[in-house]
Each structure stands twice: as structure tokens, then as C-alpha cells.
Design a protein around this ligand. Sequence first.
Ligand code: PMP
Length: 406
Amino acid sequence: MSSQPIAARPAFARWLATTNDITRTFLAAGRIPGLINMAGGLPAAETYPVAELAAIACDVVAAHPQEVLGYGPVEGLPELRDALAARFGSDALPLTRANVLVTSGGMQGLDLIGKVLLDDGGLIAGQFPTYLGALDAWRPRAPTFRNLMIEDAGFDAVAALAGAQFAYTVPNFSNPTGRLVGVEARQALVDAAHRTGTWLVEDDPYGTLHYDGAPLPRMLELSARSRPSGPYDGPVIYMGTLSKEIAPGLRIGWIIAAPEMIAALTLAKQGSDLCTSGLTQRVALAALEVGLIETVQPRILATYRERRDALCGAMVEHLGGWFDWEVPVGGMFVWATARDPSLDTDLLLPHAMAAGVCVAPSSVFDASGLNRRAIRINFTLNEPAKLAEGVRRLAQALMTMQARPG
Ligand code: PMP
């Protein structure tokens, strides 16, 4: 081979050194026949509004052929940006289309934020543990991570944000822990962002997957209250997606932020994909106009609530001696921490796979890879009986590991 091997290139080698092989193992688990995949964060396909989307797609191609089949504006379809500004804005939070960028899924938003805000080796203050996709999006810049321990008593938000290029949080039913960040901590983060000038990313793919209780105010809203007039120009960068509300295959996400930030992200998007698909943007706009989210939401919530309860019931039966966890009030995951601090969930993974089940070990949600005592279990993809069987297999894997640790 004449060209230089990719792995020998310093930037790629540096990037590769910070990835975790375990990630590849569990991401591939969905393709193994017979294996119960409780590792991924996948929605239940039976909740997709297939007939409604098929009808909408036919209509929009017929009605707007040039727009849906051609290139569109980098920022996104103006009408969709207006609709998103209307959905998230209010008198207290004035938003215009200049506050909105349409992205190709939430993942692209994370990538663009890294492109705009992160220098090589720059400092990210990230909620701990952190969404794996965010770590992956930013790894090419080999950032330094400061863990935000938001739930700890005495958490000092100003000290945590000071000097970081941005802070990253998933306050609603975090991926991976499924927990909610409380209102006081949200307010403290917002105040700290205003004080320190650090951009505060609020990644919110799960906000509408709320099974018990009432939703908490977004940090975007809390941030606007301290600046009551004019289009929003505060430090919060709010991100959303249709992936969990309708279907991930649409690849429609959005960023809501100060116009200056939207302009910078637009420049980054131009060099990334020129524009998000006009077809799925039109589908998304029509879906918002006919209230498709509200139509499918009861079905999604009922399905996921039942599955959460089935998973947690099976966990009580089979895993109570091994792990501690909280029943999540929303989202897609249960985060379970081993009672025995020496239990290594990276080592549990091969035993689990051999027993025919896969869960996500905690190391992949830690930039340092050191947190190896917990697992993330998804409850949205599988039916209740399969969840119960998966938990039974996991208990079997734990017993095998205990008997044959090597
Ligand atoms: N952020 C978080 C926290 C997520 O869990 C996900 C999806 N797993 C995303 C962003 C990206 O979602 P998508 O690209 O499908 O919109």
C-alpha cells in the first residue's frame, strides 16, 4: 500500500485513542439474531405514524416538487423555522426565525456546536455521565472534559462553567441516566452561564417523553426571563429533534439560540451538508401543522410507560441483589449502579452477550472511560415479555461472571 495508513495520522490516532471499543460492540448488538438488544436508544417502530407520514409525503411532493427535490436554504425552510419559533417561543421568550436553525437530526447540531465553539484540546464542561453521541461528535478536537456533577449537594455552577468553551447538559431524562435536573439546578446553570459568558447547551430530545408528573421549565425559558425584551439573545443553545416525537428516519432536528450563534452554526452547516432534506422538512412542517405530534404522543407515552414498568418490575425480581436504580419519570433508560463497587460492567458485557442480551456499560458515557460500575438499560424498543426475558438473561450473566470472573 502506497498511501500513509489512516491510523498513523496524528489527528486520527489522537481521536482513536479516546474512543472506546465497547461502543462498537454494543452498537452492533442489534444485528445479532436472537439477542435481546437493551443497549441502544431506539424508539418502538410500532409507534411510527406510518399511514399519516405516507399521506403527508405524497402530498408535499405533489404540492412542492421543486422545493422538496431541490436544494434549499442552509438555515432551513423559512416556514419550518417560523413554526419552530412559534412552538418554543412565548411572550416571555420572544423568538423569530433568526433564532432557529434546522439540522439534520440532533446529532448534526452537536457536531456543528463542536465546529463553532471548540478549539483543539478545548475545555467542555459536560453533565456527568454524558451522552455518548456528544462525546463522539467532539472527540476529533481531542477536548478536555470537566465533569458537571449537577446533582451533587453544593454543586457550584459558576466554578463548573468558568473557563469552559461551552457546557453540555441533557436536563430532561438524561441519556444515559434518565434523570431530571431540578428547577433550582437549571436556574443555577442559567445564572452561571450569564455570569461567566459560557455558552450553555440544553440538549432536549426526551422532553416530551414524560410519564409521571409535570414538565419542568426549559433553561432556554429561564434564561429569557432575565432579559425580557427583543428576540432571544442569551447564552442557552437549545436543541431538539423529531426523532423521539415522530420518527428518527426523518432526520429533523433544530437549534434555538441567539441570532449571532445561529449565523455561526449556519456557516458550519454550509460546509457540512449544504441543507437538510427539503422533503423531510416539508413533511415535518405539515406534521406540525396537522398536530401529528399530539396525535401520536398518547400512543407513545402509553407504550413506553408500560415498558418502563415491565422493565423495573423484572429488575426488582432478578437484579435487586446486584444493582440500585431509580424508576425514571420519563425518557428511554434506567440507569443501574452495581452495589458491589468492584463489579466491572465492561467485563459483564461479554457474559451478557453470551447469555443473549446486551446493555450499555457506563464506561462509554464517561470521556475518561473510568466509570465502570453502572449500566444503562433501554426500555422503549422491546415488548414487556422480551424486557423480562432480557433481565432474566442479565441475571444469568451476572451469576456466570461471578462463578468464572476471568
Ligand atoms: N442528544 C441526545 C441526548 C440523544 O440521546 C440523541 C439520540 N440518541 C440525540 C441527541 C440525537 O438524536 P437524533 O440525531 O436522532 O435527532
